[in-house]
Design a protein around this ligand. Structure first.
Ligand code: FAD
Length: 318
């Protein structure tokens, strides 16, 4: 299949792409296809599939004792990627994370991806376990995305962890990395975060996908600062149309982003989710149009499995 950077290089206008989440364990893959199909008319050259690490769940047992269990609520990232490529003949970009993986397990997962013909990955540290709050690396894994990116880059040169290997095959991954126009929540400031972003690119990151943002000025400032620091790779903006009233509080809490005052004020005035959805879609259309004018390589939407709002935006922009 094709590398994301080659899709971008070939394109004569901004591309359309989106991100989906694997379904909850036990649910059918048809929910994924139902989310993708309405968006295929906009010809996405690639679709991202998120990766979800294990979670702890606590069950109450006799005498009030709590039993702690580990479970992955949304497995299936690799299978979904293979199914997408097979069914739609578009590139699927699995997210790969440090959390919960030893380096050896990462190597094995990358071998699977390589054998499946998956040529792109979006490499990141990953979120902490939901109930833990703080990211704790696997004892034999990576603490930061930089080191994971380095491991993939080494495999691209044919260097595996076991140095005694005979004639190892080089993988051929195009590596994407994550960026935060409003800085990563653990970073003391944007400059510090950008310094590490630069390291991720130096380690082999070939394109950047940003966290969602609602104020284009933050993206423009981020791109200007990144370019001034010598980061030259494509910076793909991440966008999400707001679809409910609650999201004006949920999105800042989960993603550590701000909603600009005019958007927040318009949402506060909404009495129903249908009204909030209209405001969210309108806002996202305006954002998208301005970003297209600015010359972004791709508009990347966080569909979160719900395609109608993204479709409503894409219809106005593509
Ligand atoms: C587009 C996108 C997609 C995402 N998809 C997923 C997903 O599928 N699954 C998931 O679990 N999470 C996902 N996330 C969330 C992401 O994993 C979290 O935001 C995580 O907290 C940070 O990951 P990262 O790779 O950006 O971190 P890193 O780049 O490792 O940075 C983490 C923090 O440490 C700092 N830092 C980086 N390197 C160093 C270093 N060498 N020394 C000291 N400090 C350093 C950075 O400034 C930052 O504050 C996604 C995020 C984005 C933007």
């Amino acid at each position: 299949m094709t590398k994301i950077v080659d899709h971008i290089a070939k394109a004569t206008k901004p591309l359309f792409s989106f991100e989906i989440l694997p379904p909850l364990k036990g649910e059918s893959i048809n929910s994924i296809f139902q989310g993708i199909e309405p968006l295929m008319e906009f010809k996405p050259p690639f679709i991202d599939v998120t990766y979800h690490r294990e979670e702890y769940i606590y069950k109450t047992r006799e005498h009030g004792l709590l039993e702690k269990k580990t479970t992955r609520k949304r497995p299936g990232t690799v299978g979904i990627c293979a199914a997408i490529m097979n069914r739609y003949n578009v590139d699927a970009v699995p997210h790969i994370i440090c959390g919960g993986f030893s380096k050896e397990e990462t190597e094995d997962a990358l071998i699977d991806l390589h054998f499946l013909g998956i040529d792109n990955v979006l490499a990141m540290r990953g979120d902490p376990i939901k109930t833990e709050g703080v990211f704790v690396p696997h004892p034999e894994g990576h603490a930061y995305a930089t080191h994971l990116i380095e491991q993939v880059s080494e495999m691209n040169k044919g260097k595996y962890l076991n140095e005694e290997m005979q004639n190892p095959v080089a993988t051929n991954f195009c590596i994407g990395v994550t960026g935060y126009p409003e800085k990563h929540y653990e970073s003391p400031n944007l400059s510090s975060d950008l310094k590490f972003l630069k390291q991720k690119v130096e380690m082999g990151g070939e394109f950047i996908v940003t966290q969602m943002f609602f104020d284009n000025a933050r993206y423009f400032e981020f791109v200007d600062k990144a370019r001034a620091m010598g980061i030259t790779v494509p910076i793909i903006p991440g966008l999400k149309p707001i679809t409910t009233r609650k999201q004006q509080n949920i999105l800042p809490r989960i993603f550590h982003i701000d909603l600009p005052e005019p958007l927040a004020e318009a949402l506060e005035k909404c009495e129903t989710d249908a009204q909030a959805r209209q405001v969210g879609i309108e806002w996202c259309i305006q954002q998208s149009k301005e970003l297209v004018q600015y010359g972004v390589p791709v508009l990347h939407f966080y569909s979160m499995g719900k395609s109608e709002a993204v479709k409503a935006v894409a219809k106005e922009v593509f």
